[in-house]
Design a protein around this ligand. Structure first.
Ligand SMILES: *Cc1c(COP(=O)(O)O)cnc(C)c1O
Length: 234
């Protein structure tokens, strides 16, 4: 068995264990394999083990990888999620190559993604990124901005606003990690009480997926626990 296959199985087991503790069906939680900095062969290795959804942060790297996996294995039906920060001059390529975008945090970016989604494609699935820990250095809308922004994005024709995404500050214990994720769940509930139909919470990474699942995560974004440590210098 390859390392990636056994890591994937271990990640799925961690998800199942956390779901069990949370008394949630494991099928409610999707594993997004974050393949940034790893090559197309690593993706195909994970795909061989049944993984279908992959997350990428760096646009050019992602586009090359998507093209190569399509060339090597055209029938896999992989689903690509853009999870990195978005510059407005990159929206056209993001709208062309991805099924999901997780880190939308302003209306202008959402408007461009909607306008630039190619005709005939299904709506682009969107998560609104929330700066839940209130860190000055982090992107994301503030919780106060979320309702207005979500209502405006939900009206755009070629997008489907699915939910909220967060990257809280790293915290050392399960209990501390749960607090920001609990706020995310409350925010989702509030928005839905205002008529939005958000079914997604994109939250939890290798180091804190149990906390995120206990608080209602529906997509955990796992990179290093599956593919190993990233080498950015390569
Ligand atoms: C890199 C990245 C991940 C994966 O992080 P790991 O710690 O490797 O699991 C998840 N989400 C986002 C937004 C990322 O950039």
């Amino acid at each position: 068995m390859s390392t990636i296959t056994s890591n994937l199985q271990a990640a799925q087991q961690q998800i199942a264990d956390a779901a069990h503790t949370a008394q949630r069906p494991p099928s409610q939680i999707q594993l997004l394999a974050v393949s940034k900095t790893f090559d197309a062969h690593a993706v195909l290795d994970a795909a061989q083990a049944g993984q279908r959804a992959f997350g990428e942060n760096y646009l050019q790297e992602a586009i090359d990888k998507i093209a190569l996996t399509l060339q090597l294995a055209p029938d896999l039906g992989l689903e690509w999620h853009f999870i990195g920060p978005i510059q407005s001059n990159k929206t056209r390529q993001i709208a062309q190559h991805f099924a999901w975008v997780h880190a939308v945090d302003r209306l202008k970016i959402a408007e461009r993604l909607s306008e630039q989604r190619p005709a005939g494609f299904p709506p682009l699935n969107i998560c609104l990124q929330i700066n839940i820990s209130g860190e000055a250095s982090k992107s994301g809308a503030t919780p106060d901005q979320a309702l207005d922004l979500a209502q405006q994005i939900a009206r755009l024709p070629h997008l489907r606003l699915r939910g909220l995404m967060a990257i809280p500050e790293p915290l050392p214990t399960l209990e501390l990690q749960r607090a920001p994720y609990r706020q995310m769940k409350l925010l989702q509930d509030q928005l839905n009480e205002h008529g939005l139909q958000l079914d997604t919470l994109s939250m939890g990474m290798s180091a804190d997926l149990a906390a995120a699942i206990l608080e209602g995560s529906t997509i955990v974004r796992i990179g290093s626990a599956i593919f190993g440590n990233r080498n950015y210098a390569k």
